[in-house]
Ligand binder design. Sequence first.
Ligand code: AMP
Ligand code: ZN
Length: 500
Amino acid sequence: MALKLFNTMGRELQEFKPICEGKAGFYGCGPTVYNYAHIGNLRAYVFLDILDKTLQFLGYDVNHVMNVTDIGHLSGDSDDGEDKMLKTAKEKGQSVLDIAQFYTDAFFSDISKLNIRKPDVVCKATEHVNEMIELIKKIEANGHTYMAGGNLYYDVTTFKDYGKLAMLNLDDLKAGAGKRDVVVVDENKRNPHDFVLWFTKSKYENHALVWDSPWGKGYPGWHIECSAMSMKYLGENFDIHTGGIDHIPIHHTNEIAQSEGATGKKWVNYWLHNEFLVIAKEKNADGTESQAKMSKSSGNFLTLQKLIDEGYAPLDYRFLLLGGHYRSQITFSWPAMDGAKNSRKALNQRIAKILEKTEFAKSLEGVKNIKITQDTALSELENFTKALEDDLSTPKALSILQTTVKNQNISDEQKIALINKMDEVLSLSLLEEAKKILDAENQPKNDVQESNPEIEQLIAERAEAKKQKNYQRSDEIRDQLKAKGIILIDTPQGTTWKYE
Ligand code: AMP
Ligand code: ZN
């Protein structure tokens, strides 16, 4: 079988045929760094990581490029609203670039905790404004732009295939009332779908970062950075472009109009989009339901750190995500996190039992040199490969891992080799976690926690409160103990404590 990917352009499964044999170049829209990434954003990067590692697993030489949006991302996805970076900078009394650096570091720390490989190229928008200006000049020379009210706009009616990716209805487009929720606040636009390539007039004062350009001193629109940086690092035509589904109707649609409007040729061969992570609906007291929408701009969101504070390991979250296909919505809830945590723990324990029976119980060194030769092992490896080739089906891949672990017809050593191989893509640190379990079991138990009934009682009460989803009470208990200099440590085995 060959790798098949669901191409949003055309909405069909297609065999992946790289431009250059044996190589795969892809661009994933990166984070906007004016706040922490929320766990929904992190889903997009776990998906990218699976794509990245599947391509490598299948033998491709991968070039993975990701941008960091450290300028000009406006509050709305369209061009109205306030610059989010500037807003945070004002609130915190820091410079825009300080804010950007702080949240960029936080982002890379989060993705590393989730075992996500750092992209080969990470490019910052602020360092590529010249490339953006050069690209805009080409778009202008090809007759796609107009100046209005001091800003340079892209005229979407000049681009034949505008709306193809999102399957927008062109009649709706002409009438200016697409299926999208476009709010016309900018009277300079000829068409509500037109968008700004270069701003010299901003709706808000004292924009912190401005550059000289042929259209005046100002700053680029949001979409242009992805067109400019992807082409700089991957060429005018490259294999794959990814992002969350929210990017289909505006951001990616506009990226295509810009890139193809500049070069006059096809830009990206495969468009891959991950579905959203949504928060479970909560029942209100009056019986109605409300859904907490996670959004960076509302400030209402869960971070990876919040999961860690609640006693989950980042890999529990990765495990939860791998249990769903990237094109299906995943509903986040605390019980779902408990489920992922428990299943991962059980899996790691099973693997520890296998590891214990091999020479690798002492050290994992050399595991990657074991050749997979047994027929039964090879056939599981083939099943695993097929699952990934089937549009990156991680749920199937995980279930093949589970059957491999239980398969009586595979020798322990071959199982260890297989688990190691599968973990190249799944990246759940399977053997390392199993080794930790063995090491903990073999450690002399001489550092037993001093017992304190009052604290134990409160810990038990907090566990119960968490079970009942009474997070207010559980946080209260944590704070109450903290005031007494007692720190709670949530571990996969339960909660322990220590003096500060
Ligand atoms: P941002 O930093 O807001 O530009 O978003 C980074 C990435 O996260 C983009 O690819 C978005 O499409 C994606 N994204 C945003 N919200 C979610 C969500 N709830 N679930 C999955 N992906 C998301
Ligand atoms: Zn982008």
